[in-house]
Structure formats: C-alpha cells, structure tokens
Write a new protein. Sequence first.
Length: 167
Amino acid sequence: MVDESKASDYLVVATWVSSAKVVSIRRELRSLLRSNQARLHFQKMSHAHRRRAIEVIAGLDVTAVVYRSKVRDPREARAELIGAVLEEARATAAQRVVVERDDAAVALDAAVARQLRSEVIHLRAVEEPLLWLSDATAWCVHRSGDWRTAVAPIIRDGTLPKRSEPG
C-alpha cells in the first residue's frame, strides 16, 4: 500500500502487509473509524483520535518503508520513488502494489511500472483501508518528534536504486 507526502521533501511510504494478515488488519483499521468517517485521514483527525489510531497501527504486524527523494522536480521524485517501491516489490515477490489514486499521477505511475515490467493498482483510500497505514505513517514522519517515535516500531528506511551518473 503506497501513499506519498509532498510537505517538505518528497517521500513515499510503502506499507507491506502479509497476505495472510490482510483481512484481519483491514478489520482492525475499520474499527478505528468514527460514525461520520469513510476513511482515516490523519490531516483531518483530532489529536486524540490520531493518538489512538497510531497506538493500534504501531502494534500491527506490518512494515512501513519510507522512501525519500532529493530530486527537486515532483514528477521526477515520484517516478524515482515509485520505481524503488516496485523494485522492492519484485525483490520480495509481493503479490500486488496498491497506490493511493492521485489522478494527476496515474499516467506517470503506469509509465514507471511499464518501464520496470511491473504493475500498480490505483485505488482511492475509501476503497482500500490498508492505504490508511501509509497515510498515517507519512503524516507521522513529517510531523517528526513524538509522532515519528510512535510509529518507529513499524518503520524502516527504503533504499533507492543507484542513479547512473552522466558521462
């Protein structure tokens, strides 16, 4: 499950979930919804609700990989990071890569996937609760401090493929 954040540097969080755990983790995440919510979206949640959600998320059997790009151009940065996610998916034999749908980025993601002979599935966060994991983690990483510490049990830093230097 992949979500991105453009708050300062460009980062993508890919949350890897074992297929054996998908159903139970979706159920756990849905239990965090309030009656007026269709999805968890950290930017729009109260402090107390965020805290509760992070307590649950940090205890799940998932790995949230944080990929950061130093590339200034947002399209190039996204392409680099989606490429890194797809490379890791291939290396770990992931069954599928679901990216939160951003209509402006669907074509770019598809082009990166084609170049790597891979595939991405674009869904809206209301369609796939597992995307909430990446959204929450990205939010916490950008807020840093106690928020980053709270999700530390599930985080690891991603590695980017070596860029070939011209010349």
